[in-house]
Ligand binder design. Structure first.
Ligand SMILES: [Zn+2]
Length: 269
């Protein structure tokens, strides 16, 4: 084999492997009860860094009613409460779980290992056979998500973080205590996000299920429906998501489009 052919094969293989590098980590973080106006460079520096690096909107909209399990079911299935049949906010271990296709079925179909870590027991409703690993941990869901991300391979992880949903109803949304809790959450997420950024080939989405006002949530008050949507990636152009009128049912179709375009490899950059 002469030198030029060897050179050509080398370049060809390098090109193929470069384009075929798998999307390494998809991380979706839902910070329960996060009001979009609470995010800023001062209050949430780790999240804000991702907002400026990627794209974001403060015009996110929850389900009606804007409640934790109803909203997360819409996120996972892409279906409204009327379509999914889940319009109440209750679930206990042992009761039937979701019977619709979810974002985990989608991720599994693209070959991702799937993990689901959540800090409210009722979110166990959304565990289905497409979830490879799942843990309910009231205080340590972030830590549970950390260990799989450190492993080699392609991970698709949904992380639900509690805290603001406890402080808001007692001390009030946007209260000093609310911001203290948010600062703590931001700091916890920092090392998780940094680990993913270092590995490369990532898609990170940071969002919420609903907000609240004063010490109330789940009502018809406009603030109760508000939520942020932050998207950042070294793989996809995300500027099209800046200031969009995002609804929680949009999460699954957004992921469907991104993962489909990534598997095509050529049309995304
Ligand atoms: Zn909630």
């Amino acid at each position: 084999m002469n030198k030029s052919i060897v050179g050509f094969i080398f370049v060809f293989l390098w090109t193929v492997s470069a384009f075929a590098a798998p999307l390494s980590n998809v991380l979706i973080v839902s910070i329960d009860a996060l009001h979009p106006d609470a995010l800023s460079a001062k209050t949430t520096p780790a999240i804000y860094a991702q907002m400026t690096q990627g794209a974001y909107t403060r015009n996110g909209m929850s389900t009606d009613p804007p409640l934790t399990l109803v909203s997360h079911t819409a996120m996972f299935t892409g279906l409204s409460p009327a379509e999914s049949g889940k319009s109440d906010n209750n679930w206990q271990p042992g009761e039937p779980t979701i019977a619709k296709n979810t974002i985990f079925d989608l991720a599994g179909s693209y070959g991702f290992w799937t993990g689901y870590y959540y800090s409210k027991e009722k979110l166990g409703f959304l565990v289905n056979p497409a979830v490879k690993d799942h843990r309910f941990s009231k205080d340590n869901a972030v830590d549970k998500a950390f260990s799989p991300i450190q492993q080699p391979g392609n991970h698709f992880i949904f992380l639900h973080v509690s805290g603001l949903d406890s402080v808001g109803p007692v001390k009030g949304w946007m209260s000093q205590e609310y911001f203290e809790e948010l600062s703590f959450i931001d700091e916890m997420l920092r090392s998780l996000i940094d680990t993913i950024l270092q590995k490369g080939d990532y898609l990170i989405i940071i969002t919420s299920d609903h907000a609240g006002h004063e010490t109330v949530h789940g009502s018809n008050h406009p603030d109760d429906f508000k939520l942020p949507f932050v998207i950042v990636s070294d793989r996809f152009k995300v500027d099209r998501f800046q200031n969009i009128a995002y609804r929680v049912v949009d999460l699954k179709p957004i992921l469907e489009r991104l993962l489909a375009s990534d598997s095509g490899q050529s049309s995304i950059h």
